[in-house]
Structure formats: structure tokens, C-alpha cells
Design a protein around this ligand. Structure first.
Ligand code: NAI
Length: 401
């Protein structure tokens, strides 16, 4: 019989078990939703694919869905965020995993193919790649009851498909639930981005100038945590309201062309292409650190830097040093990929407890629905409220009615 997994090394499973065990008693909201959904049996004998950053919290979501009776297939939405030990442990626990840390783009798409040809009933997507694949290969989409999208970039891609009248499947904007973006994008990315940067560099942030590109939910979190660590924070924006909001929150606001000369650390959080380009990098101070917290690795123009630099070398794990013609050096962290995940452990466990509870609620919504319409759905208010109320309970907080 053909094996239905592909991981780097199955012998890494014990280390993966340890990581999964650590998170497994720290996601009480997800456990509560599991208890609520179990009696209805909506997940029984359904095939569910997850295409999210494959690390321990994702593993716990996969195992929870399996416990509800589904067959679960998993890949990582970004090869740089796939943890090989977690992938191995999941295989041992009966999940079909196709993922390898650092896989090539070609391998990544072949993982999606290996999963989707088994004709899923629902998918959890993070960034929109699985959705794109299903639109290009509709022969694999005949069972699809719903696509649950985790992040801003993926939701934007879904909105575009819907605007163009090309959306073929029911989809839901998990990111837009209040219980997701208000906490995950802001506090989760805020904390984990700085955990990753300080871990990779072993350098001080207090008293330094931090440039945050974008003042959306992620940017707000990254800026607030930098300020909390004692940095001077500069924000760059293209949206006049967000720019003014950043100013009134006490940050300096200017163009990237001006900020480039001042920053010690640069963090992009826009979801858009080429926010930091060669013309900016050439103006930077010697020793500047560049990181990206947006979904894709195209916010810092690393390919142009590679071409223009006199030389570059890896100087620490996930730290590349580039020597420029002007004699200065700059450092690229986590290869310009999503810093908190590719260069760290991702969001705090108790933040992902909320985001993945919304995911489970949305999967349940689609699997129990009678032929949901092929459009972009909003997360139902009752799911959004349930997750936040359960979280308040966990925190021991009672509020007025
Ligand atoms: P958002 O839409 O709330 O914010 C993006 C901001 O970037 C907007 O205010 C926009 O005006 C600004 N922007 C766009 N182009 C710009 C430019 N050229 N210069 C300066 N600012 C610019 O989106 P959100 O939720 O903050 O997400 C941002 C990115 O982070 C997305 O790619 C999202 O998928 C990703 N994300 C990453 C997470 C992580 O764990 N690292 C977690 C959640 C989201």
C-alpha cells in the first residue's frame, strides 16, 4: 500500500511529541469547543485538510479534528515554518502529513496535490494557496463544503476572487472574526515577532529606533511591543487614517525613504510587495536588522539585495549578513520570511487557542450546513462570541450584562 505521508525523518517523532504535549493542556477554549461539537457528529468520516504553519499548535488542532471523527491531512502553508519533528509526530498519531522544512516551491505544490487529490470535504487555508490550487484543479473540489481562511492576505485573495465572480466554493473569512484579528494579529504577532528577533540576534532593543512598515493589526502589535521594550518607534503607512492614528498613538510617522536612514530594526507588516527596496537599503545604517512579519516573503526585496551585495553569508541561524558596495552591512532575518514563525515558535499558545477555536467553529458551521452558498461568508456572530466568552471564562473574568 502506498504511504500517505511524506516527512523529512520519522525518527524525529519523540521530540515532536514533547512539543505537542506542551501545548496540549494550554488550549482550553479549543477543548471546550470540542466537547460542544462532539455530540452532533458533523466531523465523522469527513476528510479535512489543513494548510497552516505546521508546528505544535497546528498539530493540536489536527488531533482535535481527528478526535471528532475526521480523517485529517496536513501540510505547512510555508515550507520555512514546517517543523520536521512535529510533522513526524503527527504521522505516528495517524495524521496524513506532507511537509518538510525548507521544501522547494515545486515540492510545496506537490504536497498540496498529494493531499487534495483525496478530495477533501473542507480545508483550513492560511494565505490562500490551497484555495488557488482548488480553483485551478476543480476535479479535486467536488466534495468541498467550505474553505476556512486564517489570515488577512488569504482573505484579500478570496475577496478578489469574489469581486471577479470566480469564487467556486463556500469560504469563510476566519481572520475577520473579532476573536481572531484583534488578538492573534495584534498581540500574538506583536509578542512573537520580538521574541523571534531578540532570540535570533541576541541584541538589545531598548533605546534603538524601530521602523514598522504598516499600521494595520499586525503593525499595531509590533509597534506597541517595540515601544514596551523601550525603543523609539517610527511608522510608515500609505493609508492617511492609519498614519494619523499612529501619530496620535505617539509614534513618529514618515516615509520609508526618510525612515531608512534612522532605523536600527525594520519590520514589514503590510502583506504587500517590495516595501523595503534597494534604494532604501543603500541608505541604511551599518548593522541594520531587517525582518518581515507579513504573510509572504516579498516585503523586503531580498532577491535584489542578493544581486547588489558584494557578498553575503549566514552568520547565525536564520541571520544573513550582506556586505554592500558602500562598505556597510545589513542583516536579513529568517530570509525575509514570516519572522515569528520561520525564525521562532510562532504565536503564543494561548493566542492560537482562540484563533484555532474560531477555525474549529467555522469547520463545524460548514460541515453542518445544508449546501452553503459559494460565496465569502462572515464568521457567524455566535461563533465569534462563543470563543471570546469561553476565553473570558478561562481567564476568570466576569463582565456586566
Ligand atoms: P491590515 O490590512 O490590517 O494592515 C496592513 C497595513 O499595511 C494597512 O494599514 C495598509 O495601509 C498598510 N500598507 C500597505 N502598503 C503599505 C506600504 N507600501 N507602506 C506602508 N504601509 C502599507 O493587515 P494585518 O492584519 O495587519 O496583516 C498584515 C500582514 O500580516 C498580512 O500579510 C497578514 O496575512 C499577515 N499576518 C501575519 C501574522 C504573523 O503571524 N506573522 C499574523 C496575522 C497576519
Amino acid at each position: 500500500m502506498q504511504e500517505t505521508y511524506l516527512v523529512r525523518d520519522i525518527n524525529l517523532a519523540p521530540r515532536g511529541d514533547q512539543l505537542i504535549n506542551w501545548v496540549s493542556n494550554k488550549m482550553p477554549v479549543l477543548d471546550e469547543l470540542y466537547e460542544k461539537f462532539k455530540p452532533a457528529g458533523a466531523f465523522k468520516n469527513k476528510k479535512i485538510a489543513l494548510c497552516i504553519h505546521l508546528e505544535a499548535k497546528t498539530a493540536y488542532l489536527a488531533l482535535t479534528i481527528k478526535k471528532l471523527g475526521a480523517e485529517v491531512w496536513v501540510t505547512s502553508s510555508n515550507p520555512l515554518s514546517a517543523k520536521d519533528e512535529v510533522a513526524a509526530a503527527l504521522v505516528k498519531k495517524g495524521i496524513h502529513v506532507y511537509a518538510k522544512h525548507g521544501a522547494s516551491l515545486q515540492e510545496y505544490w506537490s504536497f498540496l496535490e498529494s493531499i487534495l487529490k483525496n478530495k477533501m470535504h473542507a480545508v483550513v487555508d492560511d494565505g490562500g494557496d490551497i484555495c488557488e490550487y482548488l480553483h485551478k484543479h476543480s476535479e479535486y473540489g467536488e466534495n468541498i463544503m467550505g474553505i476556512c481562511e486564517e489570515t488577512t492576505t488569504g482573505v484579500n485573495r478570496l475577496k478578489e476572487l469574489e469581486r471577479e465572480g470566480k469564487l467556486k466554493y463556500p469560504a469563510i473569512a476566519v481572520n475577520d472574526a473579532k476573536s481572531k484579528h484583534l488578538f492573534d494579529n495584534r498581540y500574538g504577532t506583536g509578542q512573537s515577532t520580538w521574541t523571534a528577533i531578540t532570540h535570533l540576534t541576541n541584541m538589545n532593543v531598548a533605546g534603538k529606533s524601530v521602523v514598522v512598515a504598516g499600521y494595520g493589526w499586525v503593525g499595531k502589535g509590533v509597534a506597541a511591543r517595540a515601544r514596551g521594550m523601550g525603543a523609539e518607534v517610527i511608522v510608515t503607512e500609505i493609508d492617511p487614517w492609519k498614519a494619523l492614528e499612529a501619530r496620535m498613538n505617539g509614534y513618529r510617522v514618515m516615509t520609508m525613504a526618510c525612515a531608512a536612514r534612522i532605523g536600527d530594526y525594520f519590520v514589514t507588516t503590510t502583506g504587500c510587495r517590495e516595501i523595503i527596496r534597494m534604494e532604501h537599503i543603500l541608505d541604511m545604517k551599518n548593522g541594520a536588522f531587517l525582518a518581515n512579519a507579513g504573510h509572504f516573503d516579498f516585503e523586503i526585496d531580498v532577491p535584489a539585495l542578493k544581486k547588489a551585495a558584494k557578498s553575503y553569508k549566514v552568520v547565525r541561524d536564520e541571520v544573513e549578513e550582506y556586505l554592500l558596495d558602500n562598505g556597510r552591512i545589513v542583516y536579513i532575518l529568517a530570509r525575509g520570511g514570516i519572522i515569528n514563525i520561520a525564525g521562532g515558535f510562532g504565536h503564543p499558545v494561548d493566542i492560537m487557542d482562540m484563533s484555532f477555536s474560531v477555525q474549529l467553529g467555522c469547520l463545524h458551521y460548514f460541515l453542518s450546513a445544508d449546501k452553503p452558498e459559494a460565496k465569502l461568508h462572515k464568521v457567524p456572530e455566535e461563533i465569534d462570541r462563543l470563543v471570546t466568552e469561553e476565553k473570558l471564562k478561562v481567564e476568570g473574568i466576569t463582565i456586566d450584562k
